[in-house]
Every structure is written in C-alpha cells, then in structure tokens.
Write a protein that binds this ligand. Structure first.
Ligand SMILES: [Ca+2]
Length: 165
C-alpha cells in the first residue's frame, strides 16, 4: 500500500499540473512578473512541439495589469525561449487575445487551410498551393459566439495564421 502511495506521489510530482508549473516555474520568469494566468475554456493551456525541436512547449494566455490578454509560448529546448503575441510586434497586428475562448492543439501532420477567403470554402475547393501540411504542432484559437478564429503555426522561423470561420 505504501509503495503504491509512493508511486502515485512520484507520478504526481513528475507530472505537475499546469497551474503548479505556472506557480513554481513560469510565473518566476522575469518577463512574466506581474502577469496572471487568463483562463480560456478548459484547457487554458496547450502542450505541444510548436517549434519542431522535439521537445514539448507550452502555450497559454496571460493578463497584464491593465487587463490586456496576451498569448505566450514557452519554447522548451536546449535553451528556453519566450514568444509573446499581443504586444507591439504581434505578427497578426493583434493587441488582445481575450477572444480566444477555445484553445486547442492541431497536431503535426494535419492538413490545414483557411476556410474563409471571400466566402466559405471546403477542402476540395482549396488550391493545393494553399493547403498547409503541419510540420509541427499548431494552436487553434476560436471565439464561439462569432464562429471566428484561426490556426497559428510556426514555419520558416515565423508565425503564420490561417483564418477559420
Ligand atoms: Ca521546443
């Protein structure tokens, strides 16, 4: 019995919850000082290999002191790197990500496309050149009421967006 408890305890400490990780690790990163986690619908974080180095990363939303919500990627690897979306140099000119209620992973290998370009279009209407085969995991962000959102994926050293309606 005690062995089982010990085993469970070890499993638990090897797999801390995201909230624990935030508490003990991410919130201690100097750049993230003063930020709070912003809860999307569960899950409020996504774990995946977004940058293709084979080491899983984290993506989640944080709120600053004036309530603006930004998207953070923690790229784990040999050296930890942070990517901020929602600040001055946002690749999509967005200054707030609070609309991203639904927060999910699209796994590497999936084929994605923008499903709205001057109107809805489905897979067979999309030119081959506009289909994206995900090299790495991607994020899917979605606002339920407006049925809008998109995929954010990393390719050739930058973030890309595919509109989803
Ligand atoms: Ca990584």
């Amino acid at each position: 019995m005690s062995y089982l408890l010990l085993l469970l305890f070890n499993l638990y400490s090897l797999n801390p919850s995201f909230e624990e990780l935030w508490e003990k690790d991410f919130s201690q990163i100097p750049e993230l000082e003063g930020y709070q986690l912003f809860p999307a619908e569960a899950p409020s974080f996504v774990k995946g290999d977004f940058f293709g180095d084979g080491i899983s990363d984290w993506a989640f939303l944080v709120k600053d002191s004036i309530g603006q919500v930004q998207l953070i990627y923690i790229n784990e690897g040999e050296k930890r790197q942070l990517h901020w979306l929602g600040k001055e140099n946002d690749p999509f000119n967005l200054s707030d990500y609070s609309w991203a209620q639904v927060f999910q992973k699209a796994s590497a290998g999936n084929v994605l496309w923008a499903n709205y370009v001057d109107g809805y279009r489905d897979f067979k209407e999309v030119p081959e050149s506009e289909k994206v085969i995900l090299e790495y995991d991607a994020l899917y962000l979605h606002l339920r009421e407006a049925c809008g959102g998109g995929f954010i994926y990393w390719q050739n050293g930058e973030f890309h967006w595919l509109q989803q309606e």
